[in-house]
Design a binder for this molecule. Structure first.
Ligand code: KIV
Length: 267
């Protein structure tokens, strides 16, 4: 439970039939809590742009923002594997950009692996980053950086042809050297078939129970972000109500003169 998780452990968990728990994380105090409670992988996702910064989608997120959040999480994490997202335009342009930006997330951010979106189309990119000894987690299916091509956040891989394409993508990224793959928004049967075929672990989000692990966005499980509420989200707490109640009580006490009192003052 307390053993430091490495990419080798994450791969080994699939062989041992042990499920892998992954949560997004963007800041120091949350990272301390998640690291302590047994989460295997902390993902500094580019979802930070939506749930933390308030952008409409992940496309505006910059490398500097990713490095900043990754560094904050890295300072807290002692046990979980730390994976950071390569944001839009940081790896699609050419392989040198991919290598340089993956390197920045490791060198400046403290990440132990990077994640990037795409299938066979990014196989070269995965190979280039893996060749410089940076482990890569791939991400196929509903890839949020492709929101405009997909025409919205829609389930991918439906029907035989699309399913076969996604299967080929999964094999291509494994062949390119990815150590794990996130599968987002795909039919559960397809996800289970890919999981059975691949040697590397599959981490599902909206991909059913047949994956080797599961990832969700921390704000979603805590009830902190009401912008989108996809079907695959399960809320485990209503932290928004807790914050709202505490802040409301504080405000009321300040206005009524109930806080601060002598107890909170210096003499
Ligand atoms: O950006 C992100 O948080 C992600 C996960 C939801 C898989 O890519």
């Amino acid at each position: 439970m307390n053993k430091k998780r490495t990419v080798l452990d994450i791969r080994g968990m699939k062989q041992a039939g042990e499920k892998i728990s992954v949560l997004t994380c963007y800041d120091y105090p949350t990272a301390r809590i998640l690291d302590d409670c047994g989460i295997d992988v902390l993902l500094v996702g580019d979802s930070v742009g939506v749930v933390f910064s308030g952008y409409d989608n992940t496309l505006p997120v910059t490398m500097d923002e990713m490095v900043y959040h990754t560094r904050a999480v890295a300072r807290a994490r002692t046990r979980a594997l730390l994976v950071a997202d390569l944001p839009f335009l940081s790896y699609q342009t050419d392989l040198r950009d991919a290598r340089m930006n993956a390197g920045r997330l490791v060198k400046d951010g403290g990440a132990e692996a990077v994640k990037l979106e795409g299938g066979a189309n990014v196989a070269d990119c995965i190979r280039a980053v893996v060749d410089m000894d940076i482990p890569v987690m791939a991400h196929i299916g509903l890839t949020p950086q492709s929101v405009h091509r997909m025409g919205g956040y829609k389930v991918q891989g439906k029907g035989e042809e699309a399913g076969d394409r996604l299967f080929a993508d999964a094999l291509a990224i494994q062949e390119a050297g990815a150590f794990a793959v996130v599968m987002e928004g795909i039919p559960l049967g397809l996800a289970a078939r890919i999981t059975a075929e691949l040697e590397i672990p599959t981490i599902g989000i909206g991909a059913g129970p047949g994956c080797d692990g599961q990832v969700l966005v921390i704000h979603d499980i805590l009830g902190l972000c009401e912008k989108y509420s996809p079907k695959f989200v399960k809320r485990y707490a209503d932290v928004k109500s807790i914050i709202s109640e505490a802040a409301g009580r504080y405000s009321a006490e300040v206005k009524a003169g109930g806080f601060p009192t002598d107890e909170h003052s210096f003499h």
